[in-house]
Design a protein around this ligand. Sequence first.
Ligand code: ME8
Length: 477
Amino acid sequence: MDKFYITTPIYYVNAEPHIGTAYTTIAADVLARFYRFGGVQTFFLTGTDEHGSKIERAAMAAGKEPEEFTREMAAKFSFTWDTLAIAPDDFIRTTEERHKTAVAKFLKALKASGKVYEGEYEGLYCVGHEAFLTEKDLDEQGNCPDHKTAPEKLKEKNWFFKLSDYEALLKEKIETGELLIAPASRRNEILSFINQGLDDVAISRPNVKWGIKLPWDESQTAYVWIEALFNYASVLDYPDGEKFKQFWPPDLHVMGKDILRFHAVIWPALLEAVKMPWPKKIFGHGFFTIDGQKISKSLGNVIDPFALAQKYGTDTVRYFLLREIPFGQDGDFSIKKLEARYDGDLANGLGNLFSRLTTLVAQNLNGEIGEIKPSPRSLEDIDKLVQDLRFHEALTRIWEEIAWANKYIDETKPWEKAKTEMKLFREVIDNLVGLLYEIAQKLAPFMPDTAEKIRSGLSTEKIVKAEPLFPRLEKIT
Ligand code: ME8
């Protein structure tokens, strides 16, 4: 692989960052770090989705102009990602000039493709989703099942994109794997959705002011989804920027299953219309609940990832989210589970290993071990698991090695050998240092700070008994 372009969704700024959006962004950061460490030219993008009625209304409710409101909210996202050690190569806001300019060029190309026509839409719109709904999407009360609000009845003139022309092509490319959709269950869902027949989609809205005007009809703004999807290209300076030449097409779009259809159906068709190469892979991960309940403002169970990282540590949050919930499946988040993993896996597992090993070296070898020897155990299979986005399995494998190392210490009792059999003692220590050093390398994309502490702790001239990596919880809570 000569380059790796990875994206997260760009998040709506009507809500603050929460652990749901943090989850996707951490996962993408892990992959970006993994490929960067591997020497692959990597571009990792995240950002914020700032146009449309939903944002305009949120700004009004906050008593602010949309410009000011979106600027403040985007800054919160950026700050939160920073505290979670998420290091994107760029952060795009859809209200930036570079995005607006690129979108205008794209819309012109789309119009020129002959796949755009003027029509009338009569139906339902959910502002929460920023999407058109049909009767069969609604619950028994006639509400949007996710937002529990009645959709707005619209009758308006829109410009449409002939999505229906792309059914056969989409099916073919998904079936042959030219467009990979993962996990397999999601791929099947998308295929059966396409098999039911695709309707054309509106690409503009006449009554939404907070948006990007259509170049050929200034009475309309681009439908927020159509414009938002294009962020992935505008950040690279579409159509002829250096970054565009180097990184297009995206190698991987990571997102929650809720927005897979936009990415796996509408997005490739739009790209086809303007003759741009398609993304290679789209991954729709699962959703998680908190203590069994949907994350929602009204339930008051929204967890602020910043506060969580402050209390338990950035690496703990990163580890927990990716270890607890198999990537691709739905799951549940709870503080109780997080604390159990902190005590078990982190403090007693990894933290204890590092502390025992550095103590042994400090006490018996005066802190000096010389060159670090290669690990006696092979950890190569872990890379493949990361490449396949099987993060919880990769972490499980790493913790098997940690458990092995702790058991090896228990069984070989190196502190006894240090008194009588120095050669054997050295062998045990070399094995442990080699293994732990490699464990730290495998952990680096997931837990950058912890990995760095371990690597630098083991590679100094004089190893000292380490400070606890994960202090006892009663001390920090
Ligand atoms: O959809 N569990 O933005 P959004 C797991 N602006 N992931 C979750 C989650 C949960 N409970 N809740 C949210 C939008 N997510 C559009 C995207 S892209 C061109 C435009 C994550 O702020 C998950 O990644 O509603 C989901 O897809 C995303 O947040 C939705 O973010």
